[in-house]
Design a protein around this ligand. Structure first.
Ligand code: GSH
Length: 256
């Protein structure tokens, strides 16, 4: 019997569908995507920001098909095949795009080694506190657990927000921290509708930053309609999801 998580609307919609249509032709870089996935969207935003030629291939990662497991043995999207070599992990892929296409701008990591390290420290913060915190709030069932998870998420976001230097994380330039958090900003309506989260309750600065990031063309052009995400998030809201992330979080392990 198929896992309920396999029941996913089969393709991107809205602006993301138009972007997919422009990237059907074979290229040196094949981008294995799942239109619904926030981790995928990070890599997709980087590709779009930098104007890198790529071929878009839609995968349902819950089906664990042999052809995809040969690309990523973990069976997770996003993955990339570049000149015959397979790569995966969203932030590693974003950094790979910086390294493999140095003439493509904008550069999403600062040139200065200290600034680069600082950017990576904040990426680490997002991976270790913000992303698991978002998931914890999404799947918390009892009101007291939801309250605690919401406060924990606000705390993580306030720390991040206090370090935003300008319109974007590093100032005027859009950078990898903006890329890394953007997919969860465009999905925070789920928390707002079901878990009492409000951008304004984090801070006014967060509210303004989030509005700016969600309107960035690369973010808009990789976003699909909410209506097809509702079914997926319903499984998380009822704590019924069987994704690797949901199973790991339920068992108190880190998200793979
Ligand atoms: N750490 C991975 C990354 O950053 O790329 C996470 C990727 C991930 O969890 N992708 C999900 C997936 O492929 C879709 S959003 N899930 C398949 C599964 O859980 O079996």
């Amino acid at each position: 019997m198929p896992l309920p998580d396999e029941q996913i609307f089969p393709h991107a919609t809205a602006e993301a569908e138009k972007t997919v249509a422009k990237h059907k032709a074979p290229q040196d870089l094949i981008f294995y995507s799942g239109w619904f996935c926030p981790f995928v969207q990070r890599t997709w935003i980087s590709l779009e920001e930098k104007g890198i030629p790529y071929q878009y291939v839609e995968v349902n990662p819950y089906k664990k098909e042999a052809h995809f497991l040969a690309i990523n043995p973990k069976g997770l999207v996003p993955a990339v095949e570049f000149k015959g070599k397979a790569l995966y992990e969203s932030l590693i892929l974003c950094e790979f795009l910086e390294d493999a296409f140095p003439s493509h701008k904008p550069h999403l990591l600062p040139a200065d080694p200290t600034e680069r390290a600082l950017e990576r420290m904040w990426l680490d913060h997002l991976s270790k506190t913000f992303v698991p915190g978002f998931h914890r709030l999404l799947s918390a069932q009892e009101p007291d657990k939801q309250r605690a998870a919401r406060e924990e998420l606000y705390e993580s976001l306030r720390k991040f927000t206090n370090n935003i230097k300008g319109p974007f994380f590093l100032g005027d330039e859009f950078s990898l921290c903006d890329v890394a958090i953007a997919p969860w900003i465009v999905r925070d309506w789920v928390l707002e509708e079901h878990r009492g989260y409000k951008r304004a309750d984090v801070s006014a600065k967060w509210q303004q930053y989030a509005a700016r990031v969600e309107n960035r063309p690369s973010v808009v052009n990789t976003s699909s309609l909410r209506e097809h995400l509702v079914e997926i998030y319903g499984r998380y809201l009822r704590d019924e999801a069987q994704s690797q992330a949901a199973i790991a979080m339920r068992a108190g392990r880190v998200i793979p």
